[in-house]
Design a protein around this ligand. Structure first.
Ligand code: ATP
Ligand code: MG
Length: 229
């Protein structure tokens, strides 16, 4: 489902963020991406979402060869993924319901489908009673659950999250991670960049460690890579 073949990414500043990454992530996997600050983790995710493009090598996502992807095809690629941000990126002037509904409206869903789907996804993330609330009236953990609902609402085949628990307290972080595990159990591929060693240890999933632009370990072992934070 996701494959990197000899991927190099150099930014215009000359910095080489990825220096030849080869990795394969199958449909249905749950993967943590770890590594020190500046290692290249966000760059790795941005190449998957096509926010950035590789300088050489090939990135393949959901059968799209990204080096050959035309601009007008990008929306189709993005529809296969739900993206979760560290800073939530909710629209403050919209209710919880409308924040999530907005993601369906932009892809042209019918009012009928929206009315049916939103209560379901808000139920999944445990926010059925908050649909009329505004983001400012919610805790950080609740805001991120709205972010998750929004990512899920169009039924993506994968969820991509860059430090989704970076702005919330540890208990809430654990909850968010459990939700992501549940989403994965239902068949969605989940890729999470995190700095939180405790969460990585607690969840015991595949861990890909990036160091200085290279994948230096890839393990499903209980002995999670001894990465430095
Ligand atoms: N848009 C950009 N332009 C120039 N250099 C960039 C850009 N984005 C990232 N970099 C550089 O590329 C390298 C990798 O950055 P990246 O954001 O992928 O790291 P990261 O592992 O996500 O770090 P962090 O844990 O701090 O988020 C760093 O040296 C960074 O300064
Ligand atoms: Mg980053």
């Amino acid at each position: 489902m996701i494959e990197f073949r000899g991927v190099h990414k150099r930014y215009d500043t000359g910095i080489e963020a990825l220096k030849g990454v080869d990795i394969k992530i199958d449909a249905g996997e749950f993967v943590f991406i770890v590594g020190a600050s500046g290692a290249g983790k966000s760059t790795f995710l941005k190449l998957i979402t096509r926010e950035e493009v590789a300088n050489s090598g090939e990135v393949i996502v959901s059968n799209f060869k990204l080096s050959k992807l035309k601009k007008r095809q990008i929306p189709y690629l993005r529809r296969s993924m739900g993206i979760v941000f560290q800073d939530f990126r909710l629209i403050d002037t919209m209710t919880v319901y409308d924040n999530v509904a907005f993601a369906m409206r932009v892809v042209g869903a019918s009012q009928k489908d929206i009315r049916k789907r939103i209560p379901y996804v808000l139920g999944l993330v445990g926010l059925q009673n908050k649909s009329k609330a505004y983001p400012m009236e919610l805790s950080g953990g609740e805001q991120q659950r709205v972010g998750l609902a929004r990512a899920l609402v169009n039924n993506p085949s994968m969820i991509v999250a860059d430090e989704p628990t970076g702005n919330i307290d540890p208990d809430m972080s654990y909850e968010i991670m459990e939700l992501l595990t549940e989403i994965n159990r239902r068949g969605t591929t989940v890729i999470i960049v995190t700095h939180e060693r405790d969460l990585v240890k607690a969840f015991q999933r595949r861990v890909i460690e990036i160091r200085d632009g290279l994948v230096v370990s890839d393990t499903k072992d209980e002995e999670v890579a001894s990465y430095e934070i």
